[in-house]
Design a binder for this molecule. Structure first.
Ligand SMILES: *Cc1c(COP(=O)(O)O)cnc(C)c1O
Length: 378
């Protein structure tokens, strides 16, 4: 709508006048839903390279072969993408050794999390998850009108699976397990997970959110896809945002039993995953490309282990770190220390009153993290 030529540029519009008097009725459950806090961007500063270590992104740029696939796919952006994402789903299914009927995809695994709540929960039904964990969980539960049941982590920042099993009631429809846990770092172990699954009713859907599975080196941590094969009520979430370095393209997938995958497809936004994203995933799963991507993951894992060892040697009680990030339990000093890191050109992710999540990034960023942390110990 264009303004009349003689209208003052700051004259109130009709729309804003109406908005001030009529308040549309929104769902009451929204009032309790927190806003997602994205990692702050790195703002360039004179003479100091600033690093964004606040969103668990991959510091490596896309592979040339992936960029070429994206460029080629861009030539047909006037067309809707393949709604069934046939080639991408086939490549993902082959990668995990499952059938295409076991795969659901969406614009990021966060979108699949929302669909999982939508296909399982009526308003008031319960979603059980650990806390502190991924900040999307309360949002997707709350927006659907489901009730969040948060089970505190153990003292060593792990899921308290016996307490989570005890928190399951007749109203529980979904349990979300985050392994490795964002933001604290530890992953689930086979024994505790099998005990948990044996204790949970078979009709409660259990989600294994494995956004960082490729970074795990703990030999006791199961591959969620194996767990999925053994349990009809388990669904696994994976993403191309972290290890595969495609956060900006928005693709995640679920490995699910056919009834669940079909329900996820019903709840999907049509044409959600773009053609360029589908092409990028197919190119990333080419054996040579994937091998190169996993070499990068191995380099990040080596950096992670080096950073964690250095921080612990300084005296920081860093929990087991199995993702591409680590956790500093800074408690009441969290906000102050986030500012101190920022002053040194490191944008970290603070969780007020709890701790700082530090993404493992470029070697220079990691080295600076360790050097600055040494000066901040209480
Ligand atoms: C980053 C992350 C995701 C993935 O998000 P996308 O929507 O796929 O980018 C999912 N779960 C957890 C715990 C994460 O940290």
């Amino acid at each position: 709508m264009s303004a009349a030529p003689d209208a003052a540029p700051d004259a109130p519009t009709v729309a804003s006048t109406v908005a001030s008097t009529v308040v549309p009725r929104l769902r009451a459950s929204l009032a309790g839903v927190p806003a997602y806090v994205a990692g702050r961007p790195a703002v360039a500063r004179d003479g100091v390279e600033v690093y964004k270590v606040s969103s668990n992104e991959n510091p490596y740029p896309p592979l040339p072969s992936v960029l070429a696939a994206i460029t080629e796919a861009a030539a047909t952006l006037n067309r809707y993408p393949d709604m069934a994402a046939t080639a991408m789903v086939a490549a993902i299914a082959e990668r995990f050794g499952v059938a295409p009927e076991n795969i659901a995809t969406a614009t990021g695994s966060v979108r699949l999390l929302a669909q999982l709540v939508e296909i399982t929960c009526e308003p008031g039904d319960e979603v059980v998850y650990a806390w502190r964990s991924f900040e999307s969980y309360p949002i997707v539960a709350g927006v659907s009108g489901a009730r969040s049941v948060r089970v505190p982590l153990t003292a060593d920042a792990r899921h308290d699976l016996p307490a989570m099993a005890a928190a399951v009631t007749d109203a529980t429809r979904l349990v979300v397990l985050c392994s490795p846990n964002n933001p604290t770092g530890p992953s689930l172990r086979s024994g505790e997970l099998e005990e948990f699954l044996a204790a949970v009713p078979a009709d409660v859907l259990v989600v294994l959110d494995e956004a960082y599975r490729e970074f795990v080196t703990d030999p006791d941590t199961p591959d969620g896809v194996d767990v999925f094969r053994a349990h009809p009520n388990v669904v696994v979430l994976r993403t191309f945002s972290k290890a595969y370095g495609l956060a900006g393209l928005r693709v995640g997938c679920a490995v699910a039993h056919p009834e669940v995958a079909e329900a996820l497809a019903k709840a999907a936004t049509p044409f959600g995953v773009s053609g360029i994203a589908q092409a990028a995933v197919v190119a990333s799963l080419e054996p040579a490309a994937e091998a190169e991507l996993m070499e990068r993951v191995a380099a990040l894992v080596a950096e992670r282990d080096r950073v964690v060892a250095a921080l612990r040697a300084q005296g920081w009680p860093v929990p087991d770190a199995q993702g591409n990030f680590c956790w500093l339990p800074t408690g009441e000093r969290t906000a102050e220390l986030a500012v101190a890191f920022a002053a040194e050109g490191l944008v970290v992710r603070p969780f007020a009153g709890e701790g700082l999540r530090l993404t493992i990034a470029e070697t220079a960023a990691n080295e600076r993290l360790v050097a600055v942390a040494a000066t901040l110990l209480g």
